[in-house]
Design a protein around this ligand. Sequence first.
Ligand SMILES: [Zn+2]
Length: 95
Amino acid sequence: MIKIIKLCPVCGGKGKFFNQKCPSCKGQSGSLSKLNKEIKEAIELNRAKFNEQENRLLEYYLNGFPQDEIARKSDLTLAKTLLLFYQIQKKINSA
Ligand SMILES: [Zn+2]
C-alpha cells in the first residue's frame, strides 16, 4: 500500500482532518509523506484516476513543494489539502 499521508501517531488520524484539535497534529490528523520513487511511480500509474484539482496538487507535490506551500499555492487550508491527498492515496490504492 502506498502511503502519501502519514497519519498522526497520537490521534491516529481520527476525525479525518476535520478540525479536531489534537495537540500533536493541531487537528490536521497527519502530514504529507516525503516523495520517493515508489510514490512517484504509483502516481504515474494511476494518472487516469485523478481529477483536475488532484492533478494540480500532485504537480506541486512531484515538484517537491512542501505541504504548506502546496496549500498556499492552491488557495486551500492545510487540512483541506491533506484531505485531498488522502483521497488521492485511496484512489492509488484501489485496484
Ligand atoms: Zn493528531
